[in-house]
Design a protein around this ligand. Structure first.
Ligand code: GLN
Length: 192
């Protein structure tokens, strides 16, 4: 499959690498017109305020709000997908969850751990960097993983949101899950 990575800011190369290792074709998306040619889109981690500004500037905000293409957001990408962000406005409104930015920030700026993720057989290597967490989810959102009582991975139909950074490890399972479960299911169920 052809999977785009939003190429405005953040961990772009790392995600491309993951797409390719998962056996699919990764494409850097820098213009809205390129959205036509892809089966799914990754919104990378980085800095969500910067990404939000660039998305407004290059027309991605409007295009992606209207689009139903499957999307997978990590960290800052999850913040962009959420319908609610603590103390600020939401952006793409695709995942019906409330996120809080930098919520793992203070005590431990970054940490790594092996996590159980629903739908994936083996544990996933998860790296958290000033990560957001999901405070609560609304109807229709499936919780895929938690760290203690904090929700860190969710899915709602063709949208996947993850607090951490699989792309900084050589664990390709979440990318494979996004492409081969979520994108594939979307194509068989929704596209005639
Ligand atoms: N703290 C960042 C933000 O709020 C996200 C961190 C990340 O993507 N690693 O945008």
């Amino acid at each position: 499959m052809r999977i785009g990575v939003l190429g405005l800011q953040g961990a772009i190369r790392e995600h491309l690498n993951h797409i390719n290792h998962a056996g699919h074709e990764g494409i850097v998306i820098k213009k809205v017109e390129q959205l036509e040619g892809i089966d799914g889109l990754v919104l990378p981690g980085g800095e969500s305020t910067t990404m939000r500004r660039l998305m407004d500037l290059y027309g991605f905000t409007e295009a992606l709000r209207e689009s139903e293409i499957p999307m997978y957001g990590t960290c800052a990408g999850l913040i962009l997908l959420a319908t609610e962000v603590v103390s600020q406005e939401s952006h793409l409104n695709k995942l019906d969850v409330c996120v809080e930015r930098n919520s793992f920030g203070r005590q431990v700026d970054s940490f790594e751990q092996f996590l159980e993720v629903k739908g994936i057989e083996e544990k996933v290597n998860a790296v958290f960097i000033r990560a957001p967490h999901i405070e609560y989810v609304n109807d229709g959102v499936e919780i895929l993983s938690k760290v203690e009582d904090r929700i860190v991975a969710v899915r709602q139909n063709q949208y996947l949101g993850i607090s951490f950074h699989p792309e900084l490890t050589d664990d390709y399972k979440i990318m494979k899950y996004f492409i081969e479960e979520i994108v594939a299911q979307y194509q068989t169920e929704y596209i005639k």
